[in-house]
Write a protein that binds this ligand. Structure first.
Ligand code: GLY
Ligand code: MN
Ligand code: MN
Length: 466
């Protein structure tokens, strides 16, 4: 945990921003996999972590905005908990670490909230993403569970997004650490990407590296020679020469800050000419984004700039045609780049996505587009110093999408379908870095991870140590 004062100051800022009522921030519980005692790996709620810092089940935080009282609710471990799961710190000592004013047994929370509702006080809460949380809020606040999401507090969402979007020095240090573990995960994956190896062998090793550093991966490992499936979690293919392997994987730190990195490499260690052509387009798009990122620029504009580079690059090799900027304006490039350039990164790989993508990535000035491709851009608003974001351009040949658009005759002025046809077995290429917006530009976080053709081929020329 950070020092108690860090959490206290974060909560005090909420008090200042919101003014009146109560802020309810429940922590997460263990979630059963197939029976109650067999649980998924525990993951604390990120906003609870941000404001209270305690990475433990069975807790809730409550802030009384009117008298600036910060309360922690939870139970001390009973003898059964100690026998099965071991001793844990008392609730009082946890409260001290979080800088709270008072601690209560968990069941007192319902009583205090019922009194607040009876006195017509406003209780601000965030939209829940677990059904169990909805039922608890229903019981605590008397809101029918089907109404719980709709009645989440817009003021609290905004205050939380405003704070969590701008990372402090200590948070940036954590994300740097998370990228450094990802560096080891990705260089190992590259070295293992040889013909005859199964994806699962590499995916297991990649996840194991994160675990061996003491922490889980920050999202399920995406690793596939079928990289045209954007979030491919199937790891059963054997690698063959001619395949491109896409690995999109990151690690959490012990403070739960995430990395989210993608690299795409040729199986066997040498890019074929057509793989290299596509790779260089994606790499130049990523580099152009890095050269452009700075405070004040809407990320939507950088997404569109990258889309233009991709359209121009695909035109140069004959897959697209016509004016690239017109193609991008109309959305034709999205046949090959059907997702957004990136998103916020922090305590979540898609930071704060539980609070609503539009609250995090858009604002009154910049609204989400409904055009295919651009609609999937998670972050469109103007960048600010202290944002940590991903840039992750890609080019994919998705046979079902090529067939669909081709049969519909869609964007025939911009796409050479007869040529695209011959690329349908290519797969995909994505390259993703984690980037801090600085006062006058940006910094790619963590140790450099091999990225150019030469760096990747060099890394892949020495085998992985067992
Ligand atoms: N790892 C998912 C993403 O890059 O957004
Ligand atoms: Mn990723
Ligand atoms: Mn990402």
């Amino acid at each position: 945990m950070f020092k108690p004062d860090v959490y206290k100051q974060r909560r005090k800022k909420l008090v200042k921003d919101l003014g009146s009522g109560l802020v309810l921030l429940p922590g997460n519980e263990d979630a059963p996999m197939n029976y109650r005692a067999n649980t998924y790996h525990f993951r604390q709620d990120s906003s609870f972590l941000y404001f209270f810092g305690i990475d433990q089940q069975g807790l809730a935080g409550l802030i009384d905005l009117d008298d600036d009282q910060h309360m922690l609710f939870g139970n001390d471990a009973g003898i059964d908990d100690i026998i099965w799961m071991g001793p844990r710190p008392s609730i009082l000592s946890l409260g001290e670490r979080a800088g709270t004013d008072k601690c209560f047994p968990y069941n007192d929370l319902g009583k205090i909230l019922k009194q607040a509702i009876a006195s017509k006080r406003k209780v601000h809460y965030l939209p829940p993403y677990r059904e169990e949380r909805m039922l608890r809020i229903e019981a605590w606040l008397g809101i029918h569970h089907t109404e719980v999401t709709r009645r989440a507090s817009p003021e609290l969402i905004k205050a939380v997004v405003d704070q969590r979007s701008v990372k402090s020095e200590e948070e940036i240090t954590e994300i740097d650490k998370a990228v450094n573990v990802a560096c080891e995960m990705h260089t190992t994956a590259m070295k293992m990407a040889m013909p005859g190896v199964y994806e699962r062998e590499i995916a297991g090793r990649v996840e194991g590296i994160s675990l061996a550093h003491g922490n889980p991966v920050s999202f399920p490992v995406i690793l596939s020679v079928q990289g045209q499936t954007l979030h491919n979690h199937y790891h059963g293919n054997m690698l063959k020469k001619g395949h491109i392997m896409v690995t999109d994987a990151g690690s959490e730190t012990s403070m739960r800050y995430a990395s989210d990195i993608t690299r795409s490499v040729p199986v066997g260690g040498k890019f074929l000419p057509e793989q290299r052509d596509i790779y260089e387009i994606v790499l130049s798009a990523l580099q152009a984004s890095i050269d452009t990122i700075k405070p004040g620029i809407p990320y939507r504009d950088i997404h569109l700039k990258v889309a233009g580079i991709i359209a121009q690059g695909l035109k140069d090799i004959g897959i697209m045609k016509g004016d690239p900027s017109e193609a991008v304006h109309n959305g034709a490039h999205a046949l090959f780049f059907p997702h957004g350039l990136g998103h916020m990164l922090g305590l979540d790989a898609h930071d704060m996505e539980d609070l609503g993508e539009n609250h995090v990535g858009y604002d009154d000035e910049i609204k989400r587009s409904d055009q295919f491709g651009l609609a999937f851009l998670r972050l469109g608003r103007r960048l600010q110093k202290g944002f940590v974001i991903t840039s992750e351009p890609g080019i994919y040949f998705i046979p079902a999408l090529i067939d669909k658009w081709s049969s519909e005759g869609k964007f025939k002025d911009f796409i050479n379908y007869n040529i695209a046809e011959s690329w349908k077995s290519f797969g995909g290429i994505r390259i993703e870095d984690d980037i801090l917006v600085t006062s006058d530009g940006c910094r790619v976080l963590g140790k450099p991870i091999p990225k150019t053709v030469a760096e990747i081929e060099h890394t892949m020329s020495s085998p992985v140590s067992s």
